[in-house]
Write a new protein. Structure first.
Length: 367
C-alpha cells in the first residue's frame, strides 16, 4: 500500500464505477444478451436490477468494516493466518481478472483492427502505462478517469445518435417470444460481467474522502454504466437484428461499421474502439491496483511502487496464456459465473455472517 493514505472524492468514485461497469462489457455483454434473441434488452434490464442488489451487498459490507479495505478487515474477522489465506484467494481472483481484461484487449485488437500484429506486443504496449499509473497511486488513477470521462460520454452519445435512424422496431417483435425462463437465464452474464467483479471496490471505498455520498455514487454509477450497456444491446438488436448480430464475436464493433452519412462520413468503428479502450484502460488500472494492494497487504509492503513492475511482468505473461484461443474463451465465459458467485456473493455473505456471530465492531480509523 502507499506510505501515505490517498483519498478520492465521491464524484471520482462514481466515474470509476461507470467506466469499470462498461470496461470489457461494452463488447462482451451484447453478444451474451442476444442469446435471448430479440428479448436480449429485457434480459439486460433484469440483469441490471439484480446487479444493483449485489452492489448494495458490497456497500453494506463496506459500512460494517468501516474505513478498512477487505484485505485489512479479513485478518481481524477470520484471525491472522486464516485471514491471510482468504486474502490470497482475493488476490488471485483480482490478478486473474486483470489478466482476463488484458487478454480481452489483445484479442479484440488482433482480431478486428491490427490482424497481423502479435498479441504479446499489444499487451506490452497497453500494460506499460498501466504499471506506470498504478505506481502513481489511486489519486492519479482517479484524476485520469475524471479527465477521460467527458470524452467517453461524448463519443458514446455521438455513436448512439448516428445510429438512431437505422433502428428497425420490427427487430424487437414479438416481445417475450423467448419465454421468461430464457430471459432470466440469459440475464446471468450481466451479473458475471461486471457486477460480481464490483467486489474490487471494497479496496477503493475506504479511500473516499467523505462517506456521505458513497452509497448514492455507487448506485448511480452502477445504474448509469449498466444503462449504457442496455442501450448498446438495444442498438445492436435494433440495427443489426439478432440473426446477423449472433454471427459475430463483436457485434458492437460491426454496429459502428453501419454508420454511413451520405456516402461521405464512414468508417466510424474508431468510435467504438476509442470508447472501449478508454473504459477498459480504467478497468485494468483498478483491477491491477487492487491486485498490487493485495500483495502489499500479504507481505506488509508499505509502498505499491515496489511491487507494480515485477507484478506487471507476471501479468504480461499470464495475459498471453490465459485464453489460448477464442473457442477456449467462449467456453470459459460459460463457467466463469460459478466461481464469480463464490467470490462475489458467497465470501461477502460469509464475512458478514462471521462478523455477526463474533459480534465484532470496527472502530473508525482516523485515516
Amino acid at each position: 500500500m502507499q506510505t501515505e493514505k490517498q483519498f478520492i472524492s465521491s464524484g471520482q468514485l462514481q466515474i470509476l464505477v461507470i467506466l469499470f461497469t462498461c470496461g470489457s462489457s461494452i463488447l462482451l455483454i451484447p453478444p451474451a444478451l442476444i442469446q435471448a434473441k430479440n428479448d436480449g434488452w429485457i434480459s439486460g434490464i433484469i440483469g441490471l436490477m439484480f446487479g444493483i442488489l449485489i452492489v448494495l451487498l458490497y456497500i453494506k459490507l463496506s459500512k460494517v468494516i468501516v474505513n478498512k479495505t477487505i484485505y485489512e478487515a479479513n485478518e481481524q474477522i477470520f484471525t491472522k493466518w486464516l485471514g491471510k489465506f482468504v486474502n490470497i484467494l482475493y488476490f488471485l481472483f483480482f490478478f486473474f481478472l486483470s489478466a482476463q481484461v488484458l487478454s480481452n484487449m489483445g484479442d479484440f485488437v488482433t482480431q478486428s483492427i491490427m490482424i497481423e500484429t502479435p498479441k504479446e506486443y499489444i499487451h506490452l504496449l497497453f500494460l506499460l502505462p498501466i504499471v506506470y499509473g498504478v505506481k502513481q497511486g489511486l489519486e492519479v488513477i482517479s484524476r485520469l478517469a475524471e479527465i477521460v470521462f467527458p470524452t467517453f460520454i461524448l463519443l458514446f452519445v455521438l455513436f448512439a445518435l448516428l445510429l438512431l435512424p437505422d433502428i428497425e422496431l420490427s427487430h424487437f417483435e414479438p416481445i417475450g417470444e423467448s419465454g421468461i425462463k430464457n430471459i432470466l437465464h440469459y440475464s446471468l452474464p450481466f451479473l458475471s460481467l461486471p457486477f460480481l467483479e464490483f467486489i474490487a471496490f471494497l479496496i477503493l471505498i475506504p479511500h473516499v474522502n467523505t462517506e456521505v455520498n458513497v452509497t448514492k455514487m455507487m448506485i448511480r454509477g452502477s445504474m448509469i454504466g449498466g444503462g449504457l450497456l442496455v442501450v448498446l444491446t438495444i442498438w445492436v438488436i435494433g440495427v443489426l437484428g439478432v440473426q446477423v448480430a449472433s454471427m459475430y464475436a463483436y457485434p458492437t464493433f460491426l454496429l459502428a461499421k453501419q454508420i454511413n452519412i451520405a456516402d461521405f462520413l464512414q468508417r466510424f468503428e474508431v468510435l467504438i474502439a476509442a470508447i472501449w479502450i478508454i473504459s477498459l484502460f480504467v478497468k485494468l488500472l483498478i483491477t491491477y491496483y487492487v491486485s498490487c494492494a493485495g500483495i502489499c497487504s500479504l507481505f506488509s509492503v508499505k509502498n505499491v511502487n515496489l511491487v507494480a513492475l515485477p507484478m506487471g511482468i507476471i501479468l504480461w505473461y499470464l495475459g498471453n496464456i490465459v485464453y489460448p484461443s477464442s473457442a477456449y474463451f467462449t467456453e470459459f465465459i460459460k463457467i466463469s459465473l460459478s466461481y464469480k458467485l463464490i467470490f462475489g456473493i458467497g465470501m461477502p455473505l460469509l464475512t458478514l455472517m462471521v462478523i455477526k456471530v463474533r459480534k465484532m465492531k470496527f472502530p473508525e480509523s482516523s485515516g
